[in-house]
Write a protein that binds this ligand. Structure first.
Ligand code: AMP
Length: 438
């Protein structure tokens, strides 16, 4: 029986894999202008990092993580009922923030008084969710984390940078919506959380089972519930922005003023709470307005001023976001934007007969060594089929090499865009290609 990729995972076939490389490169270019540097953290971390870092009550911890165990530890657990020690209890990372913050703390990347550490990552994340369109169990994210500064300029520049990145990728601004909210801090949020819990208790009859459980552990998550009854109840729940402390209100006002100044449009959404407990103050999410169904969030993030302490570091404010590569591809499709052609072919060398193949092979090699993407046929196709192949590869030019041309040390160089043809010396082909690219 043929074995397929596991449920909820996808192969990135060459076009998409090339786009993923380009996507990461674009992210490095855009985020680099804002001072972000790359970091690579392991795909597996101690489970404890996510359980502590994200909070016991969140969905990610309760059901959405893949646990990784060595074969021996699994055997001991199953056969001898001996659970592995904390150090050997590993999870595939469900998100990039906790690992990055762990690395910042472990390597003391923000010593006291230092400038903030601005870090970016790109790679696969794993969540044991029920797969559906736009929701996978392994998916790719690009994300950034800035640790060591709590000023609203950090929040605003990260949001501006995120929107600039989407523009660069080609997602039309008109098809996106930026949602913004403030979640308050450890001073003002607990009282607000109690208010929401009390409000939910009053409306318990109209809430779903999940939200009733949430009311105990993490009532704010009820704002995310898709069930119509809960949505109606939660629409009239107390609004966090009415209960922010003075510092949080000032911070939020400053972020909005900076976004206004930069001409970034946003909608304030008091129901935007994001799933994770660690967020404080600014939270944001970018959604695509059409064609993506319920999985329409293409990125989001927020401030997490308490997370570094939760993973054992000294108090270090932080802010980050992550965006989903596969969702961005869906957003481009939904907006009718063609993915940029990934494969480049500057020259295709076509052979009129087999006798010229050795010289054609040498010409192809010569062009590649000069840095041009160059291809030829390896299957003895007819000249007509070779042109078809050149077309399929999107070749910008085709060099036709026949016995007559070869005798004169020349090739016929055809521009596939204009169909103009010219005889060019075999030694001048690379110079001609350079000229054409200019
Ligand atoms: P989160 O880490 O949940 O804030 O997600 C950040 C972004 O990653 C989302 O806005 C999506 O674009 C993407 N994403 C999250 N979960 C998934 C998933 N299961 N499958 C595909 N993309 C996802």
């Amino acid at each position: 029986m043929a074995i397929n990729a596991p449920e909820g995972t996808r192969d990135l076939l060459p076009d998409e894999a090339l786009f993923w490389s380009r996507f990461k490169q674009m992210a490095a270019e855009v985020f680099g202008c804002y001072g972000y540097l790359p970091i690579e953290t392991p795909l597996i971390e101690q489970t404890e990092l996510f359980v502590r870092g994200i909070g016991e009550a969140t969905d990610v911890v309760s059901k959405e993580m893949f646990t990784a165990l060595s074969g021996e530890n699994l055997r001991r657990w199953v056969e001898e009922g001996q659970p592995p020690k904390a150090k050997s209890r590993l999870s595939l990372r469900p998100e990039g923030t906790a690992g990055t913050v762990r690395a910042v703390v472990q390597h003391d990347l923000v010593p006291q008084g230092a400038a903030p550490a601005k870090l970016m990552y790109a790679g696969p994340m794993f969540r044991a969710e029920r797969p559906q369109k736009g929701r996978q169990r392994q998916f790719n994210q690009v994300g950034v984390e800035c640790l060591g500064a709590e000023e609203p300029t950090i929040d605003a520049e990260a949001i501006i940078m995120l929107m600039r990145f989407y523009e660069k990728v080609g997602i039309p601004t008109r098809s996106m919506r930026l949602l913004l909210n403030s979640m308050g801090c450890e001073r003002c949020r607990p009282a607000y959380r109690d208010l929401v819990r009390a409000y939910m208790d009053e409306h318990a009859d109209d809430l779903c089972e999940t939200c009733l459980t949430r009311a105990e552990l993490n009532p704010l998550r009820a704002f995310d519930c898709k069930s119509p009854g809960c949505a109606t109840v939660m629409a009239d729940a107390p609004k966090i922005t009415d209960y922010l402390c003075d510092e949080c209100r000032e911070h939020y006002t400053a972020v909005k003023a900076l976004l206004d100044g930069a001409g970034i449009g946003y909608e304030e959404d008091q129901a935007l709470v994001r799933g994770l407990d660690y967020y404080t103050r600014t939270v944001f999410e970018v959604q695509v307005t059409d064609g993506m169904g319920s999985q329409n969030a293409i990125g989001g993030g927020g401030r997490y001023d308490k997370l570094a302490e939760e993973v054992g570091g000294r108090p270090t404010p932080g802010l980050g976001f992550a965006l989903g590569f596969e969702r961005c591809v869906l957003a481009l499709e939904a907006a009718g934007v063609e993915m940029p052609r990934a494969q480049r072919c500057d020259l295709f060398v076509a052979c009129v007969d087999d006798a010229v193949r050795p010289r054609a092979f040498a010409l192809v090699q010569q062009c590649r060594d000069a840095g041009y993407a160059c291809e030829m046929d390896h299957q003895h196709r007819s000249l007509k089929s070779q042109f078809k192949l050149a077309d399929k590869l999107g070749a910008a030019r085709v060099a036709v090499l026949g016995p007559d041309e070869l005798a004169r040390g020349q090739v016929t160089l055809r521009d596939m865009g204009t169909h103009a043809e010219a005889l060019v010396g075999l030694d001048e082909v690379t110079a001609e290609l350079g000229q054409a690219l200019l």
